[in-house]
Design a protein around this ligand. Structure first.
Ligand SMILES: Cc1cc2nc3c(=O)[nH]c(=O)nc-3n(C[C@H](O)[C@H](O)[C@H](O)COP(=O)(O)O)c2cc1C
Length: 148
């Protein structure tokens, strides 16, 4: 049985969580856009917030992940416009994950994750969803939530 943390990150919060989860034996699998974004500013936020709202798919670089039935997966997503980030929804639409064992970690800048929780529920995932607000700024809180 293997453990994976499949995640996306523009500005490092997801990477920080990946480094913490590595200590707990989760192999990080980072999703990357085919056309990477160089700078995250106002226009990027408007653009990708809009893409999240309209359920757009992204072109992702291929990843090396062959899941077995007993593998455990945590999905990590920033919150975009109160929703899951589009690289994550793209990944979820392209991979058949175990709905009973796959869990989620969401990392918004604020506290609200309402629409993303609805998305996760609608897709049929049953396991817990952890919300870690701004992990890079609140590192101790992040460690505590992850049980480190
Ligand atoms: C396109 C975009 C939209 C965002 N929308 C929200 C939002 O609706 N609510 C929120 O709390 N944070 C929002 N954020 C902030 C990110 O969710 C937050 O900073 C997250 O921790 C970033 O993770 P990362 O550093 O791994 O990319 C948004 C960021 C981006 C880039």
């Amino acid at each position: 049985m293997k453990k994976y943390f499949v995640y996306f990150s523009f500005t490092g919060n997801g990477d920080f969580l990946a480094s913490l989860l590595k200590e707990k034996g989760y192999e990080p699998v980072k999703l990357e856009l085919v056309k990477p974004v160089k700078k995250i500013g106002f226009f990027t936020i408007i653009k990708y917030g809009g893409r999240a709202m309209s359920h757009k798919k992204e072109k992702l670089l291929p990843i090396n992940l062959e899941l077995k039935n007993d593998d455990e997966v945590i999905i990590g997503s920033p919150i975009w416009n109160d929703r899951l980030s589009t690289p994550i929804t793209t990944f979820l639409s392209e991979h058949e994950l175990n709905k009973e064992t796959t869990s989620f970690i969401l990392y918004p800048a604020g506290e609200s994750t309402k629409k993303s929780l609805k998305q996760i529920e609608k897709m049929g995932f049953k396991k817990e969803v952890k919300v870690i607000s701004y992990p890079l700024k609140k590192q101790e809180q992040a460690k505590q939530i992850l049980g480190l």
